[in-house]
Design a protein around this ligand. Sequence first.
Ligand code: RIB
Length: 299
Amino acid sequence: MQKILNFGSLNIDHVFTVDHFVQPGETMAALGLSLLPGGKGLNQSVALARAGAEVYHAGKVGANGTSLVSLLQKDGVHTEWIDRTGSTTGMAVIQVDRTGQNCILVSRGANGEMTGAQIDAVLSSFGRGDLLLLQNEVNLVSRMIDKAAARGMTIALNLSPIDESLGHGPLEKVSYFLLNELEGESLTGEKQPDRICEALLTRCPKAKIVLTLGKKGVLYRDQNARFAHGVYRVPVVDTTGAGDTFTGFFLASVIGGCSVEESLKLASAASSLAISRKGAADAIPTLQEVKNAHLEMQL
Ligand code: RIB
């Protein structure tokens, strides 16, 4: 059976509820503070698991990261490949304003301490046909892509948070790209969604591209197909982790044998439910919750 390995970040999110994002030079009292599990890697493993996939998480935490590992275990994620000897667990400072929008500052900590030996040890348990999911919150992403491709693994890359190093990486070895418009523009220099996809397909002709468009929904492109899906109408409480929820549900669904169109629909519904709740990992719904939800499309 195909295994999913997610080699990704684990963070402790310090979530400040604010009226508005703090401005340069401004000191402002927050309306509330919560410490919550997060990290794009952890969130995507939780989403995969809650969508029904069998997932192995690899990464690194410090001594203060035990609760993150326990949370993954509670969701049925395999955690034997999480190294607990990191300096200090990754941390994010997140402001969530009264409209539910967020801005995020990340300190990598242990997420920036992956080693070649760790990558080799983890990948030795996976092979042809297994899926490797990556984001850009850990170090050595290009090396992971090269090594996994050499083992015949299928690679899915969420280009978040984007930086220059990704564009220089071995992207032609990636099968699934999951990115938003800003990341697409940064990678290709194009602004218009179809042009972003076309520029990426020129470089990586065999790729399957999932481009999320915020309130405009999502666009899927590959060499032969184009699908779009809108967003559902929900009260927006906190948008943190919406993209992670989408990524996990989309991949779990496609790997589970559903069509791209069905998978876009499921992932859109799951991420809509996630933004109607507070937090990142804590807000991710289960497959049953998504199936039971009666959501209306936003016109
Ligand atoms: O995508 C949301 C995540 O980004 C947060 O959980 C935070 O930890 C940052 O990694």
